[in-house]
Every structure is written in structure tokens, then in C-alpha cells.
Design a protein around this ligand. Structure first.
Ligand code: PAF
Length: 319
């Protein structure tokens, strides 16, 4: 692996997860940049730094933050952590960061990001990942690290050069205390994460509950199980090698609820901040694929419609 002071790594998006990863790497003296699209926020974050608090520690890191892609030459790794709906806009801005050897890694929630990324990046330079890290953006550049867990990475298309770069990235992440592994087939992992998000995100947003509370109420637990069962059935229909029985899928969702008990899911955070949600890339994607493949997904459709409606009403329904 090249000298950690020589490489170039940019994280696109200063949200909860982007800030957490940038601060985690920066804490180990890794030179990291964050690419924002708002110049005023980038300036503030650069000056004030990124503050992280967890149950164990608190620290402030000072990564480079910029809103000018031209100021960043081609990178070794570009890690995309923007909200799913912002991927298309982010992709238009990352051109100056992409060289022949750059690896672009999407660690976003939801499904299908490789198709949006491939409008600017060659598929053989794209990797996808699923992370179980939990983070809450308390306010600008201020993150609570709510729970740690493994990150799994894999290429979209086999490419030996890109694989070497992905191995170096996993080594760097592991050495920085962000446990990571590489797999040959990333799609079962993307689907496992999708199933976790299907079972947690919309329900926490609609009910205003932290992740750990969902299994404690019989109604939210039942809805979670129904939504997860639909996604699981769809994964079988799509021949995804999930390697999980339905019971195991329920157990994984349940254990993520426990491991990130205090966390407000990203969709609940979107609700609180009145930002667009990722519903169309999570439960909405299940409904869309279900319609294409003839798999019934009524619970995911209801969750999708309720989140969309509440979003449109600004999450307050006037009487
Ligand atoms: O979107 C999220 O919030 C996270 O993916 C997860 C794992 C559900 C934890 O909150």
C-alpha cells in the first residue's frame, strides 16, 4: 500500500456518514478532502472542523473541505456519501477528481447508484459498499457516532487494477478503526443492507422513533416484519444470493435496531430537518421492482406513499 500521506481520497457529501468517515481517517493523519456543493458551508467546515462524539470519546478533525472540484486533482479514491437523490448532481461535479486509476466507491443507502455513477465514471472504476456504521448529524459538521459495524466493499465489474486499489482502501479503513472487508459479489451485501433500511428507515421516520424502539412496539414490529418479508421474497425472485432465511433476515434487522438503538435513522433525520428522503431508493425501489417482477409489495407501497405524502406536507398535517 502506498504511503498514507501520498494518496488522495475525497469524500463527496458532508452529511453524517461523510463527516464521520472524513474525521475517522483524518484522526489517523490520513489526508482527506470533503467535497461539498455549498461554498459557504465548505468554508465554515474547513475553519471549524468536524466534531465527533460517541459514548467513548469526542474529537475534532480538520480535513480539507472545498466546494471547488477543480481544486482537487484526480484522486485515488472518491467515496460517494451524498443522499441517493443527489447522486445525479454530485456525479456531474466529480469529473476533475476522476483519472484513469481512480476508484469511485458508493457507500450510500438504497439501490441502483452504479447506474447513475456510470454516466461519468466507467463501470470498471466503480465499487459499491454497504456499511453498518450509524451516525447522526447533530448540526453542521457535528456528528454523533451511534454504533459501529462492518463495511463490505466490492467491484461492480471484475478489474484487477481496481481490485488492488479496493484492497488498499480496505486496508486504510481497517487501520483507521473502520472495519472493512472485500467480497467478490457485492450485490447480496447491498441487498442485506437494503433489507435493513426497508425494515427501519420509513417506519422510524413515520413513527418518530429511534431505531432501538421499533421492535419494542408490536405494531411497528409487525409492519417491519411484513416490509422485510416482501423485500426478502423479491431478492429470491431476482436471484440475489442473499444466503439468509426469512427468519435470519428478521434477526439481522432486529440486531441492527439493537446495535444502533440510540440512532435516529437517516430518514428520521431527513424528516426532522425537512429534507427530501431516500424513500424512492429503499421501500419505493422494492415496490418498483416488485411491479416489474410480479411480486406483491403492498406494505412497502403504503410506507412509500405515507413518507412521500408526509414529505410533501412538510411532516405536519394541518387539521
Ligand atoms: O440509514 C440509516 O440510518 C442506517 O443505514 C441504519 C443502518 C438504518 C442505521 O440507522
Amino acid at each position: 500500500m502506498q504511503d498514507r500521506n501520498q494518496f488522495k481520497l475525497t469524500i463527496v457529501g458532508p452529511g453524517a456518514m461523510g463527516c464521520l468517515l472524513a474525521a475517522t481517517l483524518n484522526k489517523q493523519d490520513c489526508p482527506v478532502s470533503i467535497l461539498d456543493y455549498k461554498p459557504d458551508r465548505a468554508e465554515r467546515l474547513k475553519k471549524a472542523g468536524i466534531q465527533v462524539v460517541s459514548s467513548k470519546e469526542a474529537w475534532t478533525a480538520f480535513p480539507n473541505v472545498t466546494a471547488e472540484p477543480e481544486s482537487l486533482s484526480p484522486q485515488d479514491w472518491v467515496i460517494v456519501f451524498v443522499k441517493a437523490a443527489q447522486t445525479a448532481d454530485a456525479v456531474k461535479r466529480i469529473g476533475p477528481l476522476i483519472g484513469p486509476g481512480t476508484l469511485v466507491v458508493s457507500l450510500q443507502n438504497g439501490i441502483g447508484h452504479e447506474f447513475t455513477l456510470s454516466k461519468t465514471v466507467k463501470p470498471e472504476q466503480i465499487a459499491l459498499g454497504a456499511t453498518s456504521q450509524g451516525a447522526t448529524l447533530l448540526n453542521e459538521g457535528h456528528v454523533r457516532h451511534a454504533g459501529s459495524g462492518p463495511t463490505t466493499l466490492g467491484l461492480v465489474i471484475h478489474n484487477p487494477e481496481a481490485k488492488d486499489r479496493l484492497i488498499s482502501l480496505a486496508t486504510l479503513l481497517n487501520n483507521s478503526g473502520w472495519p472493512s472487508q472485500i467480497v467478490e459479489d457485492i450485490y447480496p451485501h447491498i441487498w442485506r443492507k437494503l433489507i435493513v433500511n426497508v425494515g427501519i428507515n420509513a417506519l422510524t421516520a413515520l413513527c418518530g422513533l429511534a431505531n432501538g424502539k421499533l421492535p419494542q412496539h408490536p405494531e411497528s414490529l409487525r409492519l417491519q416484519k411484513l416490509a422485510v418479508a416482501e423485500a426478502w421474497t423479491l431478492s429470491l425472485k431476482k436471484d440475489i444470493a442473499l444466503g439468509l432465511s426469512l427468519e435470519e433476515a428478521h434477526n439481522i434487522v432486529n440486531s441492527v435496531c439493537k446495535a444502533t438503538a440510540e440512532n435516529r435513522s437517516s430518514m428520521l433525520q431527513d424528516r426532522i430537518k425537512k429534507r427530501p428522503t431516500e424513500i424512492d431508493y429503499i421501500n419505493g425501489a422494492i415496490t418498483r421492482m416488485g411491479k416489474e417482477l410480479g411480486v406483491a409489495t403492498p406494505v412497502n407501497e403504503v410506507l412509500t406513499l405515507l413518507v412521500r405524502l408526509n414529505s410533501r406536507l412538510g411532516w405536519k398535517n394541518p387539521v
